[in-house]
Design a protein around this ligand. Structure first.
Ligand code: ZN
Length: 306
């Protein structure tokens, strides 16, 4: 049986890239670890934010559509992206969000305190304290490693068919059932980050893709050989799956699960230091080789990001 370690990355559609970068670096203190283009639409950025080492399980990526229309969060999408912060750090984050004028609400789920808020483009985020997962030593704007976001705690999936989504996650992706409470099922993956997946059993109204919505969630494969095994495994599980695509930093394949959510499987290798050193991650616009001839034109079109 195959078993993913958990979330590799989550990709969302947002508005202006500068506003996006300001929020994830200045407010949340993440590191911009890769500045590249959407490989399927090179006139738009693809921005990656994560921990200092740009490890799988910490990576949120964005397609910024400056003039894009607003989407609707609903079923068939990742509804909420949940970040893990070190134990005891939620009071720090409440203060920080207040200082940065980000409205938040305190709630609880499965006996954990959760801080819920939205990013600058309406994407639903939350913070929860977790003991698991390494500290993030990227210090940015007054956030020490003892407080910094470690990476994903998990995600809340808004499924159009919750039972089918749960079955795919357990039978095909190798997560295990942990508990059910207040009509939410919690599944667990084996990794130490991005390992807690919550699925409300009541489906919300259908979502609409656009600014402020998640485009897809990617699950971890170990390496490129394991990724090939996943392709066969997903096929044999009866899903329509794409070919393996080379995303430079990982191999990718995509399929839509029966609850309408776009799933990707992404390999941990070769990783984000394949085309720039760890010290300089995210500083320069990186392009796949076939777009290098168009660099000058693309650099003229893409808005500068500070
Ligand atoms: Zn992806």
């Amino acid at each position: 049986m195959k078993q993913t370690a958990g979330i590799h990355h989550i990709t969302a559609i947002v508005g202006h890239p500068q506003e996006n970068a300001d929020f994830y670096t200045n407010v949340l203190g993440l590191r911009l670890v890769k500045k590249t283009v959407n490989f399927d639409d090179p006139q738009t950025y693809h921005l990656y934010f994560g921990n200092e080492q740009a490890q799988p399980g910490t990576i949120i990526t964005f397609f910024p559509w400056s003039n894009g229309s607003k989407g609707t969060i609903g079923s068939g999408q990742v509804g909420i992206t949940t970040y893990a912060v070190p134990a005891g750090s939620l009071p720090f984050w409440e203060k920080r969000l207040s200082t940065k004028e980000v409205d938040y609400v305190n709630t609880t789920r499965f006996d954990e305190n959760v801080l819920q808020f939205e990013d600058v483009h309406g994407l639903k985020l939350e913070l929860v304290e977790r003991e698991e997962g390494p500290l993030n030593s990227w210090s940015n704007n007054g956030i020490s490693a003892e407080k910094a976001i470690k990476g994903f705690a998990g995600a809340v999936l808004f499924s159009a068919n919750p039972k089918a989504t749960i079955q795919t996650l357990t039978d095909t992706m190798g997560l295990t059932f942990l508990k059910e409470e207040a009509d939410v099922v919690r599944l667990k993956a084996v990794g130490d980050l991005g390992n807690t997946i919550d699925i409300p059993l009541e489906s919300s109204r259908p979502g609409d893709m656009g600014v402020g919505t998640v485009h897809h969630i990617a699950w971890r494969a170990e390496d490129e050989a394991d990724h090939k095994d996943w392709l066969q495994h997903i096929k044999h599980s009866g899903f329509q799956v794409t070919d393996i695509k080379d995303r430079n930093y990982f191999k990718a394949l995509y399929f839509r699960e029966y609850g309408g959510i776009l799933f990707e499987i992404a390999s941990d290798t070769p990783g984000f230091t394949v085309d720039e050193s760890q010290d300089t991650l995210g500083q320069k616009l990186k392009l796949p080789e076939h777009y290098e001839p168009a660099r000058e034109r693309l650099e003229r079109i893409l808005p500068p990001i500070n």
